[in-house]
Design a protein around this ligand. Structure first.
Ligand SMILES: *[C@@H]1O[C@H](CO)[C@@H](O)[C@H](O)[C@H]1NC(C)=O
Ligand SMILES: *[C@@H]1O[C@H](CO)[C@@H](O)[C@H](O)[C@H]1NC(C)=O
Ligand SMILES: *[C@@H]1O[C@H](CO)[C@@H](O)[C@H](O)[C@H]1NC(C)=O
Ligand SMILES: *[C@@H]1O[C@H](CO)[C@@H](O)[C@H](O)[C@H]1NC(C)=O
Length: 334
């Protein structure tokens, strides 16, 4: 039985709870979205990627950009959720790739040649510094000019002594071709594989050689190790990279299933397990529980947070029914 004194109090309580529940979806989505995040996705095409990829762009994901080693956006990732960054993969097809990039209305940044210091069988574009410098000045550099006004990177070498030597020879050729400007760039892109201490010293090296350059770390991981060691290295790196001023963006390698990992990196670096579910490392890269991600989740069937939002609404409705029952002494009104 409801007494006259408790009824207004209960009604007030109910109103407050209703208000909170109505705001619930907004509170939880805005709190976990971070548009200033440096974190990005390396999109690797596999036989599973288009089935698995929606987890990466789900509501709450801190990923703000992606690239896929090509000038063409990935169909299944929508451009208004994560920014696509096109790449001119190698000097040989630079002319064609640049023509494609000129047609992209939303691009702001362009990555140039991928690992020119590495053979093509290992994913590199295997180009001499002088061929690269010529193609860069002929095709890539003009993207900085009107009407494109794109920000362009220097070629991304491997994080190694041979990578540094390649860059230094590239720079020399560039200045030989244009003594006043060399090969103009807006940022440097680089890769690193190894332990955290090696990553920090590699970036430090690059920064001391090019102190005015913003840097993107477009591939990094610790290869051929356990998932536990890879996760610890990633965790330490993320905290470091988030706080490093000259480091503008970064992307972990990689976003694939453990069964699709290559032999060289090993499967410890994988964000997804053999069934396309988030590994502990994958969940952590997406911001962990704080952002609504945990080990074992899949993105299958949900696009851009659709399911996540529906989940939250039905949770709110259930909570509403429970609360109503409690406050109104067992009487449900819907
Ligand atoms: C947003 O991302 C930046 C860069 O990754 C990070 O430093 C910052 O702490 C993040 N903010 C929140 C609220 O998560
Ligand atoms: C460009 O971005 C706008 C707004 O974010 C989006 O609606 C549109 O689909 C994008 N265009 C292309 C070609 O991706
Ligand atoms: C690039 O080349 C120019 C011209 O030779 C030189 O002044 C500059 O120090 C070089 N930069 C690096 C990082 O080697
Ligand atoms: C050198 O580069 C600058 C800036 O891109 C350009 O304006 C100039 O014409 C170039 N000079 C030569 C000799 O190519």
């Amino acid at each position: 039985m409801l007494s006259p004194t408790t009824l207004p109090l209960r009604a007030l309580l109910l109103l407050l709870l209703l208000l909170l529940l109505c705001l619930w979806p907004q509170l939880t989505t805005t709190a976990s979205t971070n548009s200033t995040s440096k974190r990005g996705l390396i999109y690797i095409y596999t036989s599973h990627s288009s089935k698995d990829d929606s987890i990466f762009t789900r509501s709450g994901s801190p990923l703000t950009w992606y690239y896929n080693y090509s000038p063409w956006p990935t169909d299944s990732l929508s451009d208004d959720v994560v920014e696509f960054v096109p790449m001119v993969h190698g000097a040989t097809n630079a002319h064609e790739d640049v023509a494609t990039i000129k047609t992209l209305s939303n691009a702001t940044h362009v990555l140039s040649f991928n690992e020119p210091d590495i053979s093509s069988s290992d994913g590199g574009s295997n180009t001499s510094p002088s061929d690269a410098a010529k193609a860069y000045l002929d095709f890539v550099a003009p993207l900085r000019e009107e009407p494109y006004n794109l920000k362009i990177s220097w070629p991304s070498t491997s994080g190694s002594a041979s990578g540094l030597t390649w860059l230094s020879n590239f720079n020399k050729t560039c200045h030989g071709l244009n003594s006043t400007h060399g090969c103009p760039y807006d940022f440097l892109a680089t890769h690193f594989y190894g332990p955290f201490s090696g990553l920090a010293s590699w970036l430090g090296n690059l920064h001391s050689l090019y102190p005015d350059a913003k840097v993107w770390l477009t591939e990094f991981a610790v290869p051929d190790t356990s998932a536990t060691v890879a996760l610890a290295m990633m965790d330490q790196s993320l905290r470091y990279l988030d706080g490093l001023d000259y480091l503008e963006r970064y992307s972990w390698f990689g976003s694939f299933r453990s069964s699709d990992a290559n032999e060289w990196t090993g499967d410890g670096v994988s964000m997804l397990d053999g069934h396309g579910k988030l590994t502990g490392l994958g969940a952590q890269y997406l911001g962990g529980e704080e952002n609504g991600f945990e080990k074992g989740q899949t993105g299958q069937g949900s696009k851009n947070g659709g399911v996540a939002m529906r989940d939250r609404r039905s949770f709110s409705m259930t909570m509403l029914a429970v609360v109503t029952n409690v406050v109104l002494g067992g009487r449900a009104f819907f």
